[in-house]
Design a protein around this ligand. Sequence first.
Ligand SMILES: Nc1ncnc2c1ncn2[C@@H]1O[C@H](COP(=O)(O)OP(=O)(O)OP(=O)(O)O)[C@@H](O)[C@H]1O
Ligand SMILES: [Mg+2]
Length: 308
Amino acid sequence: MSGEALRSVDLRKIYQSRGTPPVEALTGVSMEVHRGERVALLGRNGAGKTTFLKIASTLLRPTSGSVEVFGFDIARSPEKARPYIAVVPQEGKPFFHLTPREQIYTYLRARGFARETAKARTEESLERMGLNEFADRLSVTLSGGQRQRTMVATVIATEAPLLFLDEPTIGMDPFARREVWSSLRSLTQKGSTILLTTHYLDEAEVLSNRLYIVERGAVLSAGTAEELKASVGGTLKVLIPSGAVQVEQFRSFGTCVTDGLSLTVIVNPHTLGDVMEIVERSEMTATVGPVTLEEAFLRAVGRSINED
Ligand SMILES: Nc1ncnc2c1ncn2[C@@H]1O[C@H](COP(=O)(O)OP(=O)(O)OP(=O)(O)O)[C@@H](O)[C@H]1O
Ligand SMILES: [Mg+2]
């Protein structure tokens, strides 16, 4: 095992299907994931996140460009890269006619773990993901969130050097999400590397060491959550629900974004007083909060991650 955990260079993917126009899903993506890092791909529906993960995990061939996993070129020698990776696919389902306990154990055995290790890891992973109560029920009888927990538990149990998780916490309740976050953190402390995709800004912020904002098959912005937030140009946002018509009054204080009737002004603490004075004088109301990844996303992409 040598090299970065993952390095992609100018990765392109054009989906061609007969009778329909080609879809350019990746337009030249270059990125790196260092060993021991947790990196998130953050992007709207259709941005290209799953396509990237599928190619990087050897499930799909790129149109051009390259990906190396621990120094192995995944197009030339996928069989060399595969033992180092494990994947939670988007909308993957556990085998319906296995129980979570059987599924995790069977998967570990198939990956070559000895009986005792597989058994111990299975129990540990069931416990971690809060699955003990359901561990011996057929997966077909489990709820959506319980199935997703089973999928994540299966992959976490491998402790593979590089884990790909495509929207790992989709459909999970807040407690289960926190379990996933803490399990992923302890995996990287043990030496694993993680690349995940998410639409959840809070997940990207609390979980990843670095993130890539992806839109229309391209990386628009990259860095730590702090760096991305700093790029917004202020640390506070003032939301004025009826402020859009008065936007000109606020332009000199910082970036102004209107959305329907409302106006958001990005400011620094020392100008907050002046902004609030105008709000009051104009008999409007405002709320003040810290700048979040939402504003960083908006700045990079020009649209909110939650907008249709
Ligand atoms: N098999 C396919 N054939 C044709 N187009 C495809 C195929 N798979 C994906 N696409 C298209 O490629 C683009 C990227 O899709 P992808 O699934 O990578 O996005 P995503 O970022 O994972 O989105 P989501 O957040 O909805 O999961 C989309 O425009 C999608 O419609
Ligand atoms: Mg996807």
